[in-house]
Structure formats: structure tokens, C-alpha cells
Ligand binder design. Structure first.
Ligand SMILES: Nc1ncnc2c1ncn2[C@@H]1O[C@H](COP(=O)(O)OP(=O)(O)OP(=O)(O)O)[C@@H](O)[C@H]1O
Length: 270
């Protein structure tokens, strides 16, 4: 995707559009409908959350945006161009800690994909890798191997690796779900600090209402299986500081109600 296209997206048009996306899996015995006619817009600099109960198709949506599966109906457009397959303009961070190359050092893990994708020569790739490792506070560990790192540190390497590709959209599939509560909280804060300095666009999947409110600027609520859009909410005003406040708790309750209670006629939008 060209720099002009990303710039256009910054001036008002959505960077990423989902239009009537139905996703299905065919197995030998069944046809599983993961999402049903899902539409949404993501703007440049959004921290856009896909929130919904287990099985509502959040990961499937992220995989489809990544270009790994194709919609049976509808389409995704990134800066106006329809998504047909994977590309370096969409980088994914997964939940699993084993997404790094075990035999490469931290800096090589970040630099290697840049060289492989032809984005940089080895020397420049290493410099860029060091730049992003500094952003996730891992400069001291640049020559360590993944097995020498904690789960949270491995996730920070995965984030640095994805960001070093400077994608148009960073796709994060429950990246902190396997971390202990304290580390998870710290990682959420670090992600927000990183966003403050670089203003990247991120799509973040979670089934935690609290994480959605803290990490997100907008939340797309999906109904239980098959996932349909239930509501879209603004939540840019909240972070960990607001937890426990009356407004935060009211928003948590409201989201819980919208996710799990019967749908109101006409849906909920703001
Ligand atoms: N490869 C696959 N083959 C068949 N069915 C699949 C496949 N992947 C996902 N599904 C089904 O599609 C539906 C949506 O799954 P998906 O993993 O996208 O949901 P999710 O909201 O991310 O769930 P979770 O929060 O549990 O990760 C589920 O019913 C799931 O069983």
C-alpha cells in the first residue's frame, strides 16, 4: 500500500473497511458460519477492539483482515484496495509465547522478517530492530535468546517485530491473554505508551470487557456465534486510572448487558 493511500486514509476516509463480511469454515461434516454480514470502519490511529464471547468469530475476522481466509460474502478494503491475501501492511501478534524463532537472538528475531520481506538490508534492518526494541524497553536483552525471556518479554519482542515492519494496521489476537494479571496490566499500559509516541493503528481482539475499555479507543461488540455487529462504542477516555470509577463501572455494566442480554430493537449505536 502506498504512503499516499495511508495519508488519504488519515484525512477522513476509513483506513480499513469491513463491508458485509460473512466468514464460513467448511469441514467434512459441517458448514460453520463464524461471522454474519459484519461491517465496520477503522480510522488511522484507532485502537479498535473486537469484543465478544468465545466463538463469536473475533479471531476469524482478524485472520480474514490478515488475508489468511477469504470472506464468502462481503469484503475488506485497506486504504481503498480490496484485501485478497497476506501482506506486510498487516502484521499479526498472537497470544502464544512461541511465535519467535527459538534459534535467533532477540534483535535477529526483529530484524529477520525485514530482510526476508525485502524491506531493508541486514545493517539497516538491525538498526530498525534496535529502534523498536528500545520502544518496548528490551534494549538490554537484544542478544538474549527467547528461552531466556519471560512470557511478557517475549510478547514485547513480538510487538517490536510487528511494529518494525511499519504496517498500516497492527493485528493483535488476545496478545496478553496468557500472561499473569500484573504483567497483563503492565503490558496494556506499555501498549498505550507506545501508541502515544507512534499513533499506530491497531485492531485488538479480546473477550475481556475491562481490557477492551482500557486498551481501546473504539469497541465493536459482537453477538454470540455466529458473530454479528451488536453495537459500536467510544471508550477513548478511559485507562487504568479510571478503573473502579462510577463511569468506568457503568460502561462495563452497559457492555455486559449489550453482550449477554436480549437485543434491543434497532440495536445500540453511538
Ligand atoms: N479452522 C476452523 N475450522 C472449522 N471451524 C472453525 C475454524 N476456526 C474457527 N472455527 C469456528 O468458527 C467460529 C468462530 O471461531 P473464532 O476462533 O473466530 O472465534 P473467537 O471469537 O475468536 O473465539 P475465542 O474467543 O474462543 O478465541 C467457532 O464456532 C469456531 O469453532
Amino acid at each position: 500500500m502506498s504512503a499516499e493511500a495511508i495519508a488519504d486514509a488519515a484525512i477522513g476516509a476509513p483506513l480499513l473497511e469491513a463491508r458485509g463480511v460473512t466468514l464460513q469454515y467448511k469441514t467434512r461434516q459441517h458448514l460453520v458460519t463464524a461471522t454474519w454480514r459484519v461491517s465496520f470502519d477503522v480510522f488511522s490511529g484507532d485502537r479498535f477492539i473486537l469484543l465478544g464471547p468465545s466463538g463469536c468469530g473475533k479471531s476469524s475476522l482478524l485472520k480474514a483482515i490478515g488475508g489468511y481466509i477469504q470472506p464468502v460474502e462481503g469484503a475488506f478494503r485497506l486504504a481503498g484496495s480490496e484485501v485478497h491475501g497476506p501482506g506486510p501492511d498487516r502484521m499479526m501478534v498472537f497470544q502464544e509465547f512461541d511465535q519467535l524463532f527459538a534459534w535467533k537472538t532477540v534483535v535477529d528475531n526483529v530484524a529477520f522478517p525485514l530482510v526476508m520481506a525485502g524491506r531493508a538490508r541486514p545493517k539497516e534492518a538491525r538498526e530498525r530492530a534496535l529502534h523498536y526494541l528500545e520502544k518496548v524497553n528490551l534494549t538490554k536483552f537484544r542478544d538474549s535468546y527467547p528461552h531466556m525471556l519471560s512470557g511478557g518479554m517475549k510478547q514485547r519482542v513480538a510487538i517490536a517485530r510487528a511494529m518494525a515492519m511499519e504496517p498500516a494496521v497492527l493485528l493483535m489476537d488476545e496478545p496478553f491473554a496468557a500472561l499473569d494479571a500484573l504483567t497483563r496490566r503492565r503490558m496494556q499500559d506499555e501498549l498505550l505508551e507506545l501508541w502515544d509516541t507512534t499513533r499506530f493503528t491497531v485492531l485488538f481482539v479480546t473477550h475481556s470487557i475491562e481490557e477492551a475499555i482500557v486498551v481501546g479507543s473504539r469497541i465493536l461488540l459482537l453477538s454470540p456465534h455466529p458473530g454479528r455487529v451488536r453495537a459500536e462504542l467510544n471508550c477513548a477516555a478511559y485507562d487504568h486510572e479510571h478503573e473502579g470509577s462510577a463511569a468506568f463501572t457503568a460502561l462495563q455494566r452497559r457492555i455486559h448487558h449489550m453482550l449477554f442480554e436480549e437485543r434491543q430493537p434497532g440495536g445500540d449505536h453511538e
